[in-house]
Ligand binder design. Structure first.
Ligand code: PLP
Length: 453
């Protein structure tokens, strides 16, 4: 079959533009009919090739209406982030380039752009300039990677080579986590053989911050997992104090800062992460607050040797020359090059643009909290960042209200349980959210909630 690439890619661009132009007029969450319509994609495996233009047409006509409009301005579910214009466009180019970024030999572009992206990220987040990094799919794998480096380092100090000899018979590692650590942190600990349950859980305060007065005394190999930005409240563990306490006991400090680490990029919020740069490893997402397309996250490790120790395939793969071979730092080998969109995001925003993106989201969150509070509803968290927890009354009323707000379609917020109480969680994390989006969403929330009660 002759494939007309010009026609195909122009067609894709037109379809994407139509999507963007109509996205804000439809319900934020797809209708049940649109979701049911996905069955049109579910044919028996085709026996023969078909025209890519027809493939794209079917995909768009059936798929687009069933998408969640999370790139629009009124999606506040989870902590999702939008996709900056420059990153969407860069992502298209990256698709056409289809680079395999495991090594310098497989893609010099990948190595170069990832190295630049790393330098810029460390700079904008205020982390040590010579830290190493693993570019991965998201904060789950970033936590995994940072903790793999931690496991390598604390056991190497105890004379144990965990990559070679595994954990059977290894000196025990004390792992400390906060009671409100993110569920994916436990998943990462499980994958690493450190155990989801075999941890010391430190009690937290009403915002989910680890209580410094309850921090355990440590001896022997130890890894302390701190949090910068609780997924419900947006609160930060007392980073400076706990990092100092952990380091006094020679423990490794890993910080899960999936979105909260970005407070460091906005001068008015940077006090929230004061002292974070003293940690040993950090995990963050780029698809959340930097607003790159899915999927993208990064683990930073103060001493890159420990990340290399955990991730190199063998000594033969260690770089002989001063060039950063990506596969020596990542759990994967072959990968798409996420640095392309990260570079485009930071190049298009600049330091001031990143600060403005973060600050604007925080300002919108404050407005949501004020508006809902003055309408008589209860805000369950201290809104210092971009997350807002709302109660509309008892748990049953709150749950019914969330469901009604979701089906109203003006905006989309998820439900959560905060310290035993049902809540609606508003996460403002997209560049696309405007003041008008906030007012329109707020009005819809209040109208729906009042109609129910
Ligand atoms: C979102 C989040 C994660 C998991 O991130 P993924 O990108 O879904 O892998 C981990 N920790 C915190 C605090 C988060 O908010």
């Amino acid at each position: 079959m002759d494939i007309d690439m010009d026609n195909l890619l122009h067609n894709a661009a037109e379809r994407a533009l139509t999507y963007l132009h109509t996205r804000d007029e439809r319900p934020v969450y797809p209708t049940p009919e649109a979701i049911a319509g996905l069955s049109a994609l579910d044919t028996p495996l085709p026996e023969r090739p078909s025209d890519p233009v027809a493939v794209l047409k079917l995909l768009d006509e059936v798929g687009a209406p069933a998408t969640v409009a999370s790139t629009g301005g009124r999606y506040f579910g989870f902590v999702t982030g939008g996709a900056l214009p420059a990153t969407v466009a860069a992502n298209w180019l990256a698709g056409a380039w289809d680079q395999n970024s495991f090594s310098l030999a497989s893609s010099p572009l990948a190595v170069a752009i990832e190295t630049i992206a790393l330098r810029w990220l460390l700079d904008v987040l205020g982390l040590p300039a010579d830290a190493g990094a693993a570019f991965v799919t998201g904060a789950t794998m970033a936590n995994f990677s940072g903790l793999a480096a931690a496991r390598h380092a604390v056991l190497a100090r105890a004379g144990w080579d965990v990559e070679a000899d595994g954990l059977f018979g290894a000196p025990p590692i004390t792992v400390v986590v906060g009671e409100e650590a993110h569920s994916t942190l436990f998943k990462a600990l499980g994958l690493l053989g450190l155990g989801r349950n075999r941890v010391v859980r430190v009690p937290v305060d009403g915002q989910g911050r680890m209580r410094a007065d309850a921090f355990p005394s440590l001896s022997g190999p130890a890894i302390v997992c701190l949090q910068a930005g609780n997924v419900n409240t947006g609160a930060f563990d007392p980073l400076a104090d706990l990092i100092a306490a952990a380091h006094a006991a020679d423990a490794w400090v890993h910080v899960d800062g999936a979105f909260g680490l970005w407070a460091g990029a906005a001068p008015a919020r940077a006090h929230l992460v004061a002292g974070v740069a003293e940690a040993d490893s950090w995990a963050t997402d780029l698809h959340k607050w930097l607003n790159t397309p899915y999927d993208s996250g990064v683990a930073f490790v103060r001493d890159p040797e420990h990340l290399r120790g955990a991730m190199s395939i063998s000594a033969a793969y260690l770089p002989q020359e001063p060039v950063r071979e990506p596969l020596a730092y990542t759990p994967e080998s072959s990968r798409r090059e996420r640095g392309i969109e990260i570079w485009a995001a930071l190049r298009s925003l600049g330091r001031a643009g990143v600060a403005d993106l973060v600050e604007r989201c925080c300002r919108h969150a404050t407005r949501f909290a004020e508006g809902l509070r003055s309408a008589g509803f209860t805000i369950l968290n201290e809104v210092a960042l971009n997350q807002v927890l709302v109660s509309f009354g008892d748990d049953e009323t709150t749950r019914r209200t969330i469901a009604a707000i979701q089906s109203d379609g003006t905006c989309w917020c998820g439900g959560t349980v905060w310290q035993g109480r049902a809540a609606m969680r508003i996460s403002v994390s997209s560049w696309a959210t405007t003041d008008e989006d906030v007012e329109r969403s707020l009005a819809a929330m209040i109208r729906v909630a009042r109609n129910l009660s």
